[in-house]
Design a protein around this ligand. Structure first.
Ligand SMILES: Cc1cc2nc3c(=O)[nH]c(=O)nc-3n(C[C@H](O)[C@H](O)[C@H](O)COP(=O)(O)OP(=O)(O)OC[C@H]3O[C@@H](n4cnc5c(N)ncnc54)[C@H](O)[C@@H]3O)c2cc1C
Length: 388
């Protein structure tokens, strides 16, 4: 591999990396994406559930949508059910493997150079530029700037001395064949997914995705979840379970001289659900702006790139912090409390109040938490939970 100077080296060809690469190339910058996978298009451990807003942000010519959702059913540990529904489609499921491939193809059409089988081990920065070292290769690649969009990747971000994302969960997911349910289903309980939730997500008449997030013993809980699902329907595992980590907190610093960190690598993730596409893409829009200004002004100083972090913090850090607070409360609930919360929420009509509010969308976790904290019915629920 020849070593030549690029404007920007993007590390990682997930949706956030490819989005950024394409937008920079459209602004006339020379961009290379380095990806450790040998090729794109294979299965990715991600439910791929995104809002319509997020779908628009992706800006892909033909989005690989597998299903549309207006409704979702939430199940408590003992089987109490809360139905959430709206008249309009709230979210879609995209085929994540295919999405990564399509986004890379579109970026390549705009001139982005993709290099596969290129695992970045080290990023070195000096006055001349950025030098990226690859695993199993004596060569390095050079750029004026590097953008790390390498997913939940504690090793890489720690090597960059920008601090570390201090909170993670592990996700697992597989395709299952089953007689179908219509709704997206979400299951809570400490025997299913302690501190988090499991999902069952119909894709077509016979197949669904089943998955969950936990902090530990992920495979054990996944097997238990499949047993619960198979009590209601015949169910056959149709793919190998895939595992992946999810960042639940932000990286203390997401920029340095000649360097920006984006997406899951920076912890731009909704802490309540582990969903990272919406925040990652919003931050990517800011990163594109900051990067193109840096290249045009030939100013790659940390002071000028700090603008990126200031802007994305302003847009989403408040919401991330509120959601982390809600997560810390939820993680303390045992199964009895979750059951009681379901009953109290139903009695207080909390779900209907939130569902009927047109101002609250699928992505507005911070807004939902702050709205809930202002609702008298929430305090009635809290009181009922506190009374033995
Ligand atoms: C089980 C599960 C379910 C999820 N469901 C949803 C959901 O429904 N909705 C949602 O919005 N989010 C969901 N997420 C989160 C979502 O998948 C991530 O937020 C999203 O993929 C982040 O995109 P990214 O581009 O930042 O990183 P990634 O998609 O992780 O992409 C990073 C890329 O970098 C490459 N890479 C990593 N290290 C290196 C290296 N050293 N050198 C070169 N390349 C490297 C990887 O191979 C990968 O291609 C889920 C996550 C999990 C685990």
């Amino acid at each position: 591999m020849k070593s030549s100077m690029q404007d920007v080296l993007v590390i990682g060809s997930g949706p956030v990396g490819s989005y950024t690469a394409k937008q920079l190339a459209k602004k006339g910058l020379k961009v290379t994406v380095l990806e450790k996978r040998p090729q794109l298009g294979g299965p990715v451990c991600c439910a791929g559930i995104i809002s319509l807003n997020c779908a628009r942000l992706l800006n892909v010519e033909s989005l690989p949508v597998m299903n549309w959702y207006k409704n979702a059913s939430l199940f408590s540990p003992s089987g109490y059910k809360l139905d959430m529904s709206r008249n309009e489609t709230q979210a879609v499921t995209v085929n994540r493997g295919l999405l990564d491939k399509l986004m890379a193809e579109e970026a390549a059409q705009h001139g982005v150079d993709y290099k596969y089988n290129c695992k970045v081990n080290e990023v070195n920065i000096d006055n001349e530029g950025v030098k990226v070292r690859l695993q199993n290769s004596a060569n390095s690649l050079k750029g004026k700037m590097a953008i790390v969009a390498a997913g939940c990747n504690p090793t890489l971000s720690q090597n960059l001395a920008l601090g570390r994302v201090s909170d993670f969960a592990v996700g697992v997911q597989a395709v299952v064949e089953t007689s179908n349910h219509e709704n997206l289903e979400v299951y809570f309980g400490n025997k299913i997914a302690p501190g988090f939730f499991a999902w069952y997500q119909p894709l077509d008449a016979n197949t669904s995705l089943a998955g969950l997030l936990t902090r530990k013993r992920t495979l054990h809980y996944f097997k238990e979840f499949l047993k619960i699902l198979s009590k209601r329907n015949t169910l056959r595992l149709a793919s190998k379970p895939l595992f992946r980590c999810v960042s639940l907190n932000v990286l203390p610093r997401s920029y340095d001289e000649r360097l920006l960190i984006l997406g899951d690598s920076a912890g731009q993730v909704k802490p309540l659900t582990g969903g990272g596409l919406y925040y990652g893409l919003r931050a990517a829009r800011i990163a594109v702006d900051t990067t193109s200004k840096a290249v045009n002004n030939n100013d790659f100083s940390a002071a000028s790139l700090a603008d990126y972090q200031n802007r994305w913090h302003k847009e989403m850090l408040g919401s991330i912090r509120l959601s982390r607070f809600a997560r810390s409360l939820f993680e303390r609930y045992n199964d009895t409390k979750i059951d009681r919360a379901f009953l109290s929420i139903e009695r207080a009509g909390l779900v209907n109040t939130l569902s009927d509010d047109p101002g609250l969308g699928f992505d507005d976790h911070g807004k939902v938490v702050s709205k809930v904290l202002k609702m008298p019915s929430f305090y009635r629920v809290l009181l009922q939970l506190l009374v033995p």
